[in-house]
Design a protein around this ligand. Structure first.
Ligand code: PMM
Length: 274
């Protein structure tokens, strides 16, 4: 499953300011679907490290018109929000999935709202808002702690009335995690998968890839990290991860096709087939 990213924000780390205009945002969403995206994830609040929060009215004004138009065009839309009020408005505008980077921690109204809405729900691992999340990146065993904390979010969702079968879990790469933490989580995803829910992973263009590919001039620029993102997608697809959240779509689908083809035995139809 490929979830294309559409940030309707002035300050997201890789595409901030590009899609603030509704027409431009809708055109980009349609382009992501044209490339084959299964879902387009529309967000109106940047969560880059250090970011300040947008007001609820600002977030609503950014995402609702874009979701309404893309949904009306028949596209499957998710909303990237931590706020119940935005989730409710987004689903009214046609969104079919709520992607909550806080896993229900940022807004006590979120889990009951998702239960009422009866939509799919991504619960991402999160420890605090972006303005101080770097201070929360302390773990003895990051895989064990993220697994335990996500299990608690899954239980909280179910306690609030969310159907467990509608919950997707996400390790939250880069959210209160440094590069070492992200790599450890990518290596340890099978422990998260043991929670029994599908996994979504968002590695696209993130800082740890820039650090991995750093040259003499410093980290690889944001726009030059997509090949590494595609390599991660291929490896994740081979390991059975349910979905990836990415800025580019077609290269990810190609990577998934390669991983899928390599993991299945082709049927040999005879000499003429060689
Ligand atoms: N990362 C960002 C925003 N939303 N949602 C999920 N489920 N998982 C992520 O890893 C995630 C997210 C930050 O990246 P962006 O600024 O490129 O959207």
């Amino acid at each position: 499953m490929v979830m294309g990213i559409l940030n309707v924000t002035p300050d997201s780390f890789s595409d901030g300011g590009e899609f603030l205009d509704v027409d431009v945002a809708v055109a980009h969403g349609l382009a992501l679907f044209g490339e084959g995206a299964d879902l387009v994830d529309v967000g109106g609040e940047s969560t880059r490290p250090g970011a300040q929060r947008a007001s609820v009215d600002t977030e609503l004004a950014r995402v609702v018109p874009v979701i309404r138009r893309l949904s009306a065009a028949g596209m499957s839309i998710s909303v990237d929000t931590m706020r119940a009020e935005v989730a409710v408005a987004a689903v009214a505008a046609g969104a079919v999935l709520v992607n909550d980077v806080s896993g229900g921690l940022a807004d006590p109204g979120m889990l009951p709202a998702v239960a009422d809405l009866g939509v799919d729900y991504v619960a991402m691992h999160w420890r605090g808002h972006s303005d101080h999340m770097a201070d929360l990146a302390a773990y003895q065993d990051v895989v064990a702690e993220v697994t335990t904390e996500l299990a608690a979010r899954l239980s909280a969702a179910v306690d609030a009335g969310v159907d467990a079968n509608r919950v997707i879990l996400d390790p939250g790469l880069g959210f209160a995690k440094n590069a070492e933490h992200n790599w450890a989580l990518l290596r340890g995803l099978e422990r998260l998968a043991a929670l029994g829910r599908p996994l979504l992973v968002g590695a696209s263009r993130k800082r740890f890839l820039g650090e991995l590919l750093a040259g003499p001039d410093g980290p690889r620029p944001v726009r030059e990290r997509d090949d590494a993102g595609m390599a991660i997608t291929a490896l994740l697809a081979a390991s059975g991860v349910w979905g990836v959240r990415t800025h580019t779509v077609r290269p990810q689908l190609d990577a998934i096709a390669v991983a899928a083809r390599m993991s299945t035995q082709a049927t040999w139809a005879g000499p003429a087939d060689r």
